[in-house]
Design a protein around this ligand. Structure first.
Ligand SMILES: Cc1cc2nc3c(=O)[nH]c(=O)nc-3n(C[C@H](O)[C@H](O)[C@H](O)COP(=O)(O)OP(=O)(O)OC[C@H]3O[C@@H](n4cnc5c(N)ncnc54)[C@H](O)[C@@H]3O)c2cc1C
Length: 450
């Protein structure tokens, strides 16, 4: 077994019914590894078992690498648990776009605003917020959209082969997402965004009021216009999908360490990963810890302005048959998605850091707005708060650490980490292999904030 660190011995976790590892161990496929020299199969630590981490583990194992996954919470313990479940290849318009300047009074003064900023967090947030606003100009926002569109254009390809994994297809619901506007003014204000989406390859159909009602008859008749995004789909249970993916990977040799990684020690020929159970050397590390990635990146010499856009969800148990697809309400900033256990209402943006306290007002707004959109829902249950990982330019970081080429970053996927998990995993596999990535990674480089 050719390993650069070579201190794994013959780990028990690569025995058994190995689909990917066995291939590499018996037929060792050489992978050109740029400055790292030529390697074959490598021992790789993936930190974080969300959509990004588990997709990365899948792509790396597919290439024959031996992967150890670290996460204290198990699969989908972070933002990946409670999202709206939409595979949103149309989502190339970042939150930080020119409408932010127009909407600031509404954000700050209107009780129906789905956006909140906790004033006590402002001193800590200020540097991020200033950058975020600077990236909201028309020019910068369009640059972000173009870069996101590159990733989104490959999002489906990033999942296609993974979805062949037994047990995963059952979670996929091929129903297009419907985005709604309750006022002609809001729809008129969205024209520039819709035009840019179309320029960037998004296929959509605009629906009049009657067509919206015909498509989703249980909706309240308050929606002036709808936009149906072709090619989008959703998951009936995002966490169930990731649990099934991890279980399948474990059958194929994935080793799982259910522990917090406290320290990364990059060295010339290996990276040491330390957690409560001790330290372990790996040939490479993929840091996919979502909104919690910043301190570990700092240990590798990269001080990245990662913060979080907190988001919420509620569940209306047993109500899924009332809508046939994910339905979003533009002005109120949320989606209602029919899932296995009921309709999940997910959305809002709160800038308040990583503290676990929930904002009761935002949860009430979600409940009130969803009841208004879809009358007759049962009582809402299971309020949930999640931390979207967001860099101030709205783009993820996908690239090698400055201090050590053996550490690859993959975090900061803001509102679309479910959608971009697969393609991100494939790009991490490209970087580990020393291949030229399928897309230009310059806009996603960790060094862009220097
Ligand atoms: C309300 C809401 C709705 C959303 N809707 C959608 C949607 O419809 N479509 C879409 O594409 N995206 C959506 N998103 C965004 C999406 O959920 C996130 O972008 C995505 O989950 C990020 O995935 P991740 O793997 O990077 O991070 P996470 O899912 O947060 O996973 C990170 C993991 O790292 C682990 N971790 C953290 N620190 C450490 C450590 N030190 N050591 C080991 N492990 C660690 C955590 O336990 C966690 O499991 C939504 C988000 C929210 C909040």
């Amino acid at each position: 077994m050719a390993s650069e660190s070579g201190d794994f011995g013959a780990p028990a976790f690569i025995a058994g019914p190995v689909q990917y590892c066995a291939t590499s161990l018996t037929s060792i496929v050489p992978i050109a590894c740029g400055k790292l020299g030529t390697i074959t199969m490598a021992h790789i630590a993936v930190i974080g078992a969300g959509f990004v981490g588990l997709s990365t583990a899948w792509h790396l194992m597919r290439e024959g690498h031996v992967v150890t996954l670290y996460d204290p919470a198990g699969p989908a313990g972070g933002a990946s648990f409670g999202n709206a479940g939409t595979f949103a290849t149309y989502a190339c318009i970042p939150v930080n776009n020119p409408s932010v300047f127009r909407d600031i009074p509404h954000f700050l003064l209107d009780a129906r605003s789905p956006f909140r900023l906790r004033l006590g967090y402002l001193p800590q947030l200020a540097p991020w917020l200033v950058r975020f606003l600077l990236h909201s100009t028309a020019l910068r926002s369009e640059q972000t959209s173009r870069a996101l569109a590159q990733l989104l254009g490959r999002a489906q390809a990033g999942y296609d082969a993974m979805l062949q994994t037994p047990g995963l297809a059952q979670f996929v619901r091929p129903r297009e997402c419907l985005y709604l506007y309750s006022s002609a003014k809001a729809f008129a204000q969205s024209q520039a965004d819709l035009a840019l989406r179309q320029t960037l390859g998004v296929k959509l159909d605009v629906l009049e009021r009657d067509a919206v009602q015909a498509l989703e008859p249980n909706l309240s008749p308050i929606f002036e216009r709808g936009v149906l995004f072709r090619g989008s789909w959703h998951l009936s249970d995002p966490a169930g999908f990731l649990r099934a993916l991890q279980a399948s990977l474990q059958q194929q040799g994935l080793r799982v360490v259910q522990s917090v990684v406290s320290t990364l020690r990059p060295r010339a020929h290996e990276v040491e990963v330390e957690c409560a159970g001790g330290a372990q050397a790996h040939d490479h590390v993929a840091l996919c810890a979502g909104a919690h990635s910043r301190p570990l990146a700092a240990q590798c010499g990269d001080f990245l302005p990662l913060d979080t856009e907190r988001g919420y969800h509620l569940l209306y148990p047993g109500s899924s048959s009332r809508i046939s697809r994910p339905v979003g309400w533009a002005e109120r900033g949320f989606y209602m998605t029919p899932m296995a256990r009921g309709i999940r209402v997910a959305g809002s943006v709160e800038l308040a850091g990583l503290k676990p306290e929930k904002h009761a007002g935002l949860l009430q707004l979600l409940e009130h707005s969803s009841q208004r959109a879809l009358p007759g829902l049962p009582a809402a249950t299971e309020p949930w708060l999640g931390f979207r990982p967001t860099l101030p330019d709205g783009l993820p970081v996908i690239g090698r650490s400055r201090a050590c080429e053996r550490v690859v970053y993959a975090f900061g996927h803001q509102h679309i980490g479910l959608t971009l998990g697969g393609v991100t995993g494939s790009l991490v596999a490209d970087l580990v292999a020393g291949r030229t990535p399928a897309i230009n990674l310059v806009p996603f480089a960790p060094g862009r904030f220097r």
